[in-house]
Design a protein around this ligand. Structure first.
Ligand code: PHE
Length: 361
């Protein structure tokens, strides 16, 4: 009896030690099989109960059951501890330190045209101009007729127009040759006062270092009861200062002709070309930068605006050219060459917003 009790104590000590030292689920399961499996040591002892005398059984039964329960509980507890340790280890190995600085990856860049358009929208936006839009494929009426180009007038051809095939009704659409048709669209849908800009693609049959068949323009239109050339000049000077980030700028207006403005002018800004670089604002040279004028009364009439009551001014300029003057690309054709190296060099970080460092004077 004593011997048996000692055997049980030794067995329990041995099993406890093996449970404690089991380093993983498989080792622990091996102990469980050795102790409590069909052929296990405790199971074998339980089988001997049947052959015992009632007294012996009464004495041994509770001991064996106690042993079986304690070993079973120890295994369950150890299994839980192993699972928790495994989870801790996994959490530790998969931890991400979100406070570490990110590696700067620059996979793309903002195209200079997009960047400049953003700058223009901001500058004119601060001056109270609303942004309007129009389609690239325009009616002949919007692109020419409403803008006071007489029918069959050579000016239509002067624009090096891309004409589309006539539709069933014989109407011949065009790829818009300028953004001025958006003046027409805006006046037709909105009552004055009007103060809008429009930016977008324009098309002319032309290709050299300073011309591409597709290019970009920005258009401005102001219609009110009292608007003058002086307002036009003030607006454009404020724009030039803000865009080129210069404090002082000298401009001059040269008489010009556009069918849709009267009087019409081209505006030059003073610049300095010494040192192989164009510096805007001051200097001995002049740079032509845009076309402008007072909206022709015929255009107002064509767009349902009473020329006796309203007048206005308009201006238009090349966005790509503005980009070249500010950021110094040598050839306009590269803008649309889809060369990733060019874009990497002249493109802008998407993380930077269009700067207005100079502010609006
Ligand atoms: N649409 C003219 C052009 O493309 C520019 C312009 C716009 C001139 C508005 C005067 C007024 O050349």
């Amino acid at each position: 009896m004593n011997a048996k009790t000692n055997d049980l104590a030794a067995l329990e000590a041995d099993l406890s030690a093996r449970i404690a030292s089991a380093s993983d689920e498989a080792a622990l399961d091996a102990v469980r099989v050795d102790a409590l499996g069909k052929q296990g040591a405790i199971s074998a002892l339980m089988k001997t109960l049947g052959a015992m005398s009632p007294d012996e059984r009464q004495a041994m039964g509770p001991k064996l059951n106690g042993l079986k329960d304690r070993v079973g509980e120890a295994i369950v507890a150890k299994r839980a501890a192993l699972a928790e340790a495994a989870l801790e280890a996994r959490l530790a190995s998969e931890m991400v330190d979100v406070s570490l600085p990110a590696r700067p990856v620059r996979v793309g860049a903002i195209h200079p045209v997009s960047q400049v358009q953003e700058e223009l929208a901001r500058i004119f936006g601060e001056m109270g101009f609303a942004l309007e839009e129009g389609p690239d494929i325009e009616t002949d009426f919007n692109n020419f007729t409403a803008l006071n180009f007489p029918p069959k007038h050579p000016a239509r051809e002067m624009h090096d127009t891309f004409f589309l095939k006539p539709d069933e009704k014989g109407e011949r659409k065009v790829l818009r040759t300028h953004t001025s048709p958006v003046q027409v669209r805006t006046m037709l849908k909105q009552k004055p006062p009007i103060r809008m800009i429009c930016m977008g693609r324009t098309y002319r049959k032309d290709s050299d270092a300073t011309h591409t068949p597709m290019f970009h323009q920005i258009e401005g239109l102001v219609i009110d009861e009292k608007t003058t050339m002086a307002d036009l000049k003030g607006t454009l000077m404020a724009f030039i200062k803000a865009y080129f980030e210069v404090d002082d700028v000298d401009v001059r207006f040269r008489p010009h002709h556009f069918p849709f403005t009267e009087p019409s002018a081209e505006m030059d800004v003073r610049c300095d070309r010494s040192g192989g670089q164009v510096r805007i604002g001051q200097g001995d040279d002049w740079l032509e930068i845009l076309g402008c004028g007072m909206v022709h009364p015929n255009v107002l009439k064509n767009c349902g605006v009473d020329p006796e009551k309203y007048q206005g001014y308009a201006f238009g300029m090349g966005v790509d050219r503005l980009a070249i003057l500010k950021y110094g690309m040598p050839d306009l054709r590269d803008f649309f060459g889809s060369d990733a190296r060019w874009l990497k060099h002249y493109g802008f970080s998407p993380y930077l917003t269009a700067g207005l460092a100079g502010g609006i004077a």
